[in-house]
Design a protein around this ligand. Structure first.
Ligand SMILES: Cc1cc2nc3c(=O)[nH]c(=O)nc-3n(C[C@H](O)[C@H](O)[C@H](O)COP(=O)(O)OP(=O)(O)OC[C@H]3O[C@@H](n4cnc5c(N)ncnc54)[C@H](O)[C@@H]3O)c2cc1C
Length: 468
C-alpha cells in the first residue's frame, strides 16, 4: 500500500509540541508529518529579529528539535528570503500537498500568510492567543481600545477551550528532505556578549516547565502584592517563553486555574491571568491598528516636538543617566535581555518625558535587546509610556524616578544588584546620590535635572494642545 502524501507543519512563534493545534491536527491526520522552521529575517520589514531574539531562538529551536526527535520526527531548517519559495520547494521535494500553521496577528505575519493562502494549499489554526482579535468585539461590532471592557468581554465569552496534548507519535516521511544545521542559521553572536543570558536563563522546554511550576506553586498566589518590586522575584518571567510560543497562554490559563484549586490565593491568580489578557489585548490592538508599531495612536502626537540627541540616548541605552533606578533597569536589560515591568515603565517614561526622545527610539532599542521582544507588547508598552497610545497613561502624569525608586526599591536591593558603583552607599543615599555631600566619583551626575525636565515636557505637551 502506498503512503499518503505528507503534510508540512510550519513552526513560527509556536515552538512547542504541547497545545499546538497545527501539529495536533497533522498528527491526527495519520499522514507523515514534516515539521519545518523557515529563517527569513529579511522578510519582516523594519522589525528584523534583534540580537537577543536570535540568541533565544537558537536555543528554542535546539530544544524543539530534540523534542521532535524523541517522537521519531525531526525539525527541518531552511533559510531564504521568501517563505512562499521555501515552502513550495519543500512541497515539491517531499510530495507534501498541505501546509499547516498557527495564525499570527502582526501586520507582517498577516500580510505574508494572507498571500500564502492564495498561493498554497494551507490550513491555519488558533494557537497563540486566548481569543483571536476578531473574536472580541464591542456592541457596535468594533474592536476595543480600552482594556477593562475588553477584559470583561473576554471573560463573558467563557469558552476558554481546552488545550490539546502533545501528540504521542509523529509518523515520519519515507525519506527526510535536506535540512540546514542549526549552526548554519548563524543565530548566536560572533562577539561573546551573552554570558549574562546563559547565567539567567534556561531557554529550552525544561527551563520553561520548571519556571511555570515554580511560579504557579510558589509565587502566583501572592503575585498581586509582589509584582511591582523589581528587587524580588515576584513575577513569572515567562515572557520570552510566551513570545516564542514555547508554552501556550491557553495552557497557562488552565494551569493557573488548577493552581487556585490546589490552594493558591484566587486574588493572586486572577491578577496574574489578567496580565495574560493584556497580552491578548496588545495583539488585538496591533491587529486592528497595524500602524501602531510606528505611528502614535492619538493623532495629535504626530506634531510632538521630539528632540534628537544621540548623547543622551546613548547614556540611556548604556545605563549611564545618573538616575540609579533607570541605570539599574537598562543594565539589567543589557546583561540579561529582560527587565522588570515596573522598571520598563520607569525607564520608558524617563526617555520620553525627561529626555523628550521619541518613544520609537526606545522601542527599537528594546527590540534589539529584549529576549521577549514582541511587536504587539512592545509597541503597546511604548505608546502607553509615551502617553499617545490607547488606554495610555496621560502624558502629563510624569514618573518621578526618585520617588518611584524609593517606593518600589525601598531597600535598594535592585539598584545594588545592577549598579555596583553604588553598592556600599547607605540606603537613604542610594536613590539620589547627587544629593550627598561627596557623591561617588565613579558614577555619573544626573544627565538632566528631573524637576526642570518635567516642566519642559509639560511645556512641550501644551504646545501640542495649542497647535490643535
Ligand atoms: C515600554 C514597555 C515595553 C514592553 N515590551 C514588551 C515586549 O517586547 N514583550 C513583552 O512580552 N512584554 C513587553 N512589555 C510588557 C511587560 O513589561 C512584560 O510582558 C513583563 O515584564 C514580562 O515579565 P513576566 O513574564 O515576569 O510577566 P508577568 O507579570 O508574570 O505576566 C505574565 C505574562 O503576561 C504578559 N504581560 C504582562 N504584562 C503585560 C503588558 N503590560 N502588556 C502585554 N502583556 C503583558 C506577558 O506575556 C507576561 O509574560 C513591555 C512593557 C513596557 C512598559
Amino acid at each position: 500500500m502506498s503512503m499518503p502524501p505528507p503534510v508540512i507543519v510550519w513552526f513560527r512563534n509556536d515552538l512547542r509540541l504541547d497545545d499546538n493545534p497545527a501539529l495536533h491536527n497533522a498528527a491526527e491526520s495519520g499522514r507523515p508529518v514534516i515539521p519545518v522552521f523557515l529563517w527569513t529575517p529579511d522578510s519582516e520589514g523594519r522589525w528584523k529579529p534583534g540580537g537577543a531574539t536570535r540568541w533565544w531562538l537558537h536555543h528554542a529551536l535546539k530544544s524543539l528539535s530534540g523534542q521532535l526527535e524523541s517522537l521519531g520526527s525531526k525539525l527541518i531548517l531552511r533559510a531564504g528570503n521568501s517563505e512562499a519559495d521555501l515552502l513550495k520547494n519543500l512541497m515539491a521535494q517531499t510530495g507534501a500537498d498541505l501546509v499547516l500553521w498557527n495564525r499570527r496577528y502582526d501586520p507582517y505575519g498577516v500580510q505574508t500568510d494572507t498571500r500564502l493562502k492564495k498561493d498554497l494549499p494551507a490550513k491555519s489554526f488558533r494557537g497563540n492567543v486566548l481569543f483571536e482579535p476578531h473574536q472580541i468585539a464591542n456592541q457596535s461590532g468594533d474592536y476595543y481600545k480600552v482594556f477593562t471592557p475588553f477584559y470583561k468581554a473576554m471573560l463573558a465569552q467563557g469558552d476558554f477551550s481546552e488545550p490539546v496534548d502533545t501528540p504521542k507519535s509523529l509518523p515520519a516521511p519515507s525519506a527526510w528532505p535536506e535540512s540546514l544545521s542549526l549552526d548554519e542559521l548563524n543565530l548566536l553572536p560572533d562577539i561573546h556578549w551573552d554570558q549574562g543570558f546563559y547565567d539567567t536563563w534556561d531557554p529550552g522546554s525544561d527551563g520553561c516547565r520548571e519556571q511555570v511550576e515554580t511560579f504557579l506553586d510558589e509565587a502566583a498566589g501572592v503575585y498581586k502584592d509582589k509584582r511591582d518590586y523589581p528587587g524580588i522575584r515576584g513575577t513569572s518571567r515567562l515572557s520570552p517563553y510566551l513570545c516564542f510560543g514555547q508554552i501556550s497562554t491557553r495552557r497557562l490559563w488552565h494551569q493557573a486555574q488548577e493552581a487556585a484549586e490546589r490552594g493558591a490565593k484566587r486574588g493572586g491568580i486572577e491578577a496574574w491571568t489578567r496580565q495574560l489578557v493584556w497580552r491578548d489585548f496588545a495583539t488585538h490592538l496591533l491587529f486592528h491598528q497595524p500602524q501602531l508599531d510606528w505611528e502614535p495612536m492619538q493623532e495629535k502626537f504626530k506634531d510632538f516636538p521630539w528632540e534628537k540627541n544621540d548623547k543622551l540616548l546613548n547614556a540611556w541605552r548604556r545605563g549611564q543617566t545618573g538616575y540609579p533606578i533607570v541605570d539599574a533597569g537598562m543594565r539589567e536589560l543589557w546583561t540579561t535581555g529582560w527587565m522588570h515591568n515596573r522598571v520598563r515603565m520607569i525607564v520608558a517614561s524617563f526617555l520620553v518625558k525627561d529626555l523628550l526622545i521619541h518613544w520609537r527610539e526606545g522601542a527599537l532599542w528594546f527590540w534589539d535587546t529584549l529576549v521577549d521582544a514582541d511587536l504587539a507588547n512592545n509597541s503597546f508598552g511604548w505608546q502607553w509610556a509615551g502617553g499617545c497610545g490607547a488606554d495610555a497613561a496621560p502624558y502629563f502624569r510624569i514618573f518621578n524616578p526618585v520617588l518611584q525608586s524609593k517606593k518600589f526599591d525601598a531597600d535598594g536591593a535592585y539598584i545594588r544588584r545592577w549598579v555596583p558603583e553604588l553598592r556600599e552607599l547607605d540606603t537613604k543615599d542610594l536613590h539620589a546620590p547627587w544629593e550627598m555631600d561627596t557623591p561617588p566619583k565613579n558614577y555619573p551626575a544626573p544627565i538632566v535635572n528631573h524637576p526642570q525636565a518635567r516642566d519642559r515636557a509639560l511645556e512641550a505637551l501644551s504646545s501640542l494642545k495649542d497647535s490643535n
